[in-house]
Design a protein around this ligand. Structure first.
Ligand SMILES: [Zn+2]
Length: 45
């Protein structure tokens, strides 16, 4: 596993660096965030 510098944001679902959202202490890219939001039940997006 590659080491990342501090502050590097990586999607915990797919490992992408693109557009990672850190809201609510979660780390998901936009795509995975949508999926998670649906699962968790976030209505606002
Ligand atoms: Zn992702």
């Amino acid at each position: 596993m590659k080491k990342y510098g501090k502050g590097t944001k990586v999607c915990r679902a797919c490992g992408s660096h693109n557009g990672v959202i850190r809201k609510y202490g979660l780390f998901y890219c936009r795509k995975c965030w949508r999926e998670e939001a649906k699962k968790v039940g976030f209505k606002k997006y």
